[in-house]
Write a protein that binds this ligand. Structure first.
Ligand SMILES: NC(=O)c1ccc[n+]([C@@H]2O[C@H](COP(=O)([O-])OP(=O)(O)OC[C@H]3O[C@@H](n4cnc5c(N)ncnc54)[C@H](O)[C@@H]3O)[C@@H](O)[C@H]2O)c1
Length: 386
């Protein structure tokens, strides 16, 4: 297949997070190519263009959409731009792979869903944590029924970003400036992979108060937030987000409990991911190592992909960025819906946004809307309620 026939990709935010998609794209030569890169950073743009061997580069997103001759847009700009840029691309009939989070309000979510419903393009949320080795392996163990009936999970995202806030100023408002779960999909994404068909239908949230100030003397949002979430099937999920507290980063940790097994991910580099399954581990007191189950249970498809990428290195979150991008590209090439489609993206994002409302109402339990109930016109302003 020639470059002309390949799916043409445009990457916006190509000089930031957008850089990490290179390894994945190299896996499908001839089938996809980066046609255009876009970034406001004029000084860094030539390097991005070279990195992807892009035919053209733009500083203006709308110009890229109108002139870039694209099939796919990868959106890797700051969070508050995602909804609008996704809508513009979907309205132009393009496929969208959008970085987390998809939007910064429930209202914006409605508008993205509306655009996705009406578009000929497909939408996928680029939740790379769903594609770590551990997540894929646990997902397979769940699929094979080894956890029994799953009724509890917890996840934490503990990543102190106070300095990073000063270099990427949008974080100071959208990640550490609003009480509640502002950046929750890395925690909730894998958990929902392990609860297939489930969605969170109500949440409440509490915070730990303010103990840190930014360099201007202003409080960040509350240091730690804990969201409790109940699923439609009666399961309970606990999510903790902390992007402020002075401490070593632990991005991310997970626990899962079913009737016949449980899993606890490592909290430190010198620990291992632990698992205990009644079918495989005799002694209830002795954990097994998750890694010991890789040989038998790791999905062959992803094993082959990781092996194929070994020569290029597993750049980007131990290969999960590349695997996630391939999941999107391969779905498009096969004419299949992408795995983290618009409704699954909303399942991962809406609970956090509703938790922000819970914080404004003294931790009240609030219903989380189901985007599947939103029709194509749901994005019109004034229709949003939680
Ligand atoms: N999935 C992950 O593991 C992961 C990791 C880091 C960041 N992210 C997400 O990726 C996104 C970007 O994060 P980052 O750390 O790269 O941020 P960043 O601020 O370092 O980079 C953003 C880039 O977008 C460019 N940009 C900003 N506005 C633009 C516009 N209107 N048009 C074109 N370019 C524009 C900036 O010049 C910059 O190069 C965020 O949404 C963040 O949540 C995800």
């Amino acid at each position: 297949m020639s470059r002309l026939q390949a799916l043409h990709i445009g990457i916006v935010g190509a000089c930031g997070r957008g850089r990490t998609f290179a390894t994945a794209l190299a896996q499908r030569p001839g089938q996809v190519c980066v046609q255009a890169v876009c970034d406001m950073d004029a000084d860094a743009l030539p390097a991005a263009r070279d990195r992807f061997d892009a035919a053209s580069c733009f500083q203006d997103y709308e110009e890229m959409l109108s002139q870039g001759q694209l099939d796919i847009v990868v959106i890797a700009t700051p969070m508050h731009l995602h909804a609008q840029q996704s809508i513009q691309a979907l309205d132009a009939g393009l496929h969208v792979l959008c970085e987390v989070t998809p939007a910064v309000s429930v209202e914006e979510c409605r508008q993205v869903v509306s655009a996705a419903r009406q578009s000929t393009g497909q939408y996928m949320l680029a939740e790379n944590c769903n594609y770590t080795r551990q997540c894929l392996l646990v997902e397979e163990l769940v699929r094979q029924g080894l956890f029994g009936s799953i009724y509890y999970a917890e996840a934490e995202y503990l990543h102190e970003v106070r300095d990073l806030n000063e270099r990427t100023k949008w974080r100071r408002r959208w990640q550490t400036g609003i009480d509640g779960i502002t950046y929750g999909t890395h925690a909730l994404g894998p958990v929902l992979c392990w609860m297939p068909g489930e969605r969170v239908h109500r949440v409440c949230c509490a915070g730990s108060g303010h103990h840190y100030e930014d360099p201007r003397g202003d409080n960040y949002h509350q240091d730690t937030h804990v969201m409790l979430a109940q699923t439609e099937g009666g399961g309970l999920i606990k999510i903790r987000l902390d992007m402020v507290s002075t401490r070593p980063s632990v991005t991310t940790t997970y626990q899962l409990q079913g009737t016949t097994g449980c899993y606890e991910s490592a909290r430190r580099a010198d620990e291992q991911d632990r698992i205990w399954l009644t079918a495989l581990h005799d002694e209830p007191q002795s954990w097994g190592a998750l890694a010991d189950l890789e040989e038998q249970y790791f999905p062959t498809h992803w094993r082959d992909q990781l092996a194929a990428m070994a020569d290029q290195g597993t750049e980007g979150h131990s290969g999960s960025d590349a695997i996630m991008s391939l999941a999107f590209i391969d779905a498009l090439l096969a004419g299949q819906p992408p795995p983290v489609d618009i409704d699954r993206a909303m399942d991962m994002s809406l609970p956090g946004l509703v938790s922000q409302e819970s914080m404004r109402t003294q931790g009240a339990w609030l219903d989380v809307p189901d985007s599947r109930q939103w029709g194509p016109d749901s994005g019109q302003l004034g229709t949003a309620t939680t």
